[in-house]
Design a protein around this ligand. Sequence first.
Ligand code: PRE
Length: 289
Amino acid sequence: MNESVAYLGPRGTFTYEAARSLFPEEGYQLVPCDSIPDVLTAVDQGEFLYGVVPVENAIEGSVTLTLDWLVHHVQVPITGELVYPIAQHLMIHPNQRELPLTEVKRILSHPQAVAQCSGFLREHLPNATITYVDSTADAARKVRDHADESWVAIGSSTAHQLYGLEMVAESIQDYHNNFTRFIAVGKSWTHPHSSWEHQKTSILVSLPSDYPGALHQVLQSFVKEKINLSRIESRPTKKKLGTYYFFIDIEEGNHPRMKKAIADVESWGCQVRQMGSYPCYDYRKIKGS
Ligand SMILES: O=C(O)C(=O)C[C@]1(C(=O)O)C=C[C@@H](O)C=C1
């Protein structure tokens, strides 16, 4: 049997597109899950070899559900990254194609997608109520299943085709260059593509206590080894107000200088969890490979 890959479904989500690029359907069995926690839990429990989830968007920032679930609920290494272009489209049931935008009653989509289009929605659909659902394709499917409702969905062109909807407006996100970073997770280490652009390492750091310069000391450990960090994101520890974990992305693989820098961070009393060292793929180069 083909190796199985769980993704945030149903078919037609942006995560489905990213998963298809990373794990071509000829060699892998792609299985939709209802939510990001479902994908991560299923991989953690060994039901699937790999999982694909969104982690960060260029307009809206972190997908906090993914970060928090990785920190608090599962122990699954990150094994790959793909940055994928995102065009959000507004679509409606064909029975409602004549409906003026001002008469649309409900907009359905994923919170990330709604946030990426907030300016457009404010301007063109000021009278509609927003209903958040688990994914953009879930929104498209619900619009398909409610032919008599004056609802619209925001989602991908794949969802538009799969669910037989009518296109109302294309690329409605508020900024050009909309990209989402997706990660592959899994406990095994084989890779569907042989060529990648560069490697990254993600770590999670918790400070021993809050004192002036604590975070500065952590960063200094990487400066000393001339290691470039590409992202720092703080998330609440959920144990006490004002205490945080720091997600740090490092633009290098796990080589001796990296090990030295991490050992230095630990010597300050910080706890470091290595989330993974992994290849970063370019969607233009792996498409159809
Ligand atoms: O709902 C989808 O289509 C998804 O794949 C989720 C998701 C996200 O959570 O960021 C992925 C990419 C887009 O940024 C919007 C939504």
